[in-house]
Write a protein that binds this ligand. Structure first.
Ligand code: GRF
Length: 202
């Protein structure tokens, strides 16, 4: 259900924690840099700070916690049942710390994006900053990519690369990468909006 050419892109954002990337998206929408609307923020963690950020911006929130013994597919089915009525045009994973089932990824095929704190395909998974330092890398950064059934392996949309400083700690590096994330994630969403809208009018 593509929107008209000037309609905001309808987003759903999935979080588990601090939500600084969510905040960057909210801010870019508020200042007119990004023509989008966050229809819903979903968290699997009830105490995620990102829920407060969403509430402050007047965005609807839902907490969907995993229950004991629940299969990944069953959890994801709850996500699908929550998301489908909203018909989001793009699902934005912003620090959502769960792996999504193949069924979920197929259901929203081509409409899920993620931000990962490394220059993919290098350093998939966790602890990316420390691993980049330990390997003596010269460069590190962040990647926005499509989500596919394989973890951190979908097509890359945009990357930001920074040079690692001498004696930089993992915490310092993480902070600088985070600042890059806040630039490239809203930018990627803006690009995808332009692409979706031009496809719709073709
Ligand atoms: C970011 O580092 C992002 O790359 C990773 O999870 C973190 C989320 O941070 N996927 P925040 O919750 O947006 O502050």
């Amino acid at each position: 259900m593509p929107g008209s050419s000037d309609a905001p892109l309808r987003l759903a954002v999935l979080i588990s924690g601090n939500g600084s990337n969510l905040q960057a998206i909210i801010d870019q929408i508020a200042n007119g840099q990004l023509n989008a609307r966050v229809e819903l923020v979903i968290s699997d963690q009830p105490d995620a700070n990102g829920l407060n950020r969403a509430a402050r911006a007047g965005i609807a929130t839902r907490v969907i916690e995993a229950t004991k013994g629940q299969k990944r597919r069953e959890y994801d089915q709850r996500l699908i049942e929550t998301l489908d009525p909203l018909a989001p045009e793009l699902l934005v994973l912003a620090g959502f710390m769960r792996i999504l089932s193949p069924e979920f990824v197929r259901h929203f095929a081509g409409r899920i994006i993620n931000i990962h704190p490394s220059l993919l395909p290098a350093y998939k998974g966790l602890n990316t900053h420390q691993r980049a330092l330990d390997a003596g890398e010269r460069f590190h950064g962040a990647t926005v990519h499509y989500v596919t059934e394989e973890l951190d392996a979908g097509d890359i949309i945009i990357q930001s690369r920074i040079e690692i400083q001498p004696d930089e700690t993992a915490a310092e590096l993480q902070q600088r990468v985070h600042a890059e994330e806040h630039v490239i994630y809203p930018r990627a969403i803006g690009w995808l909006r332009a692409q979706l809208r031009s496809d719709a009018s073709a």
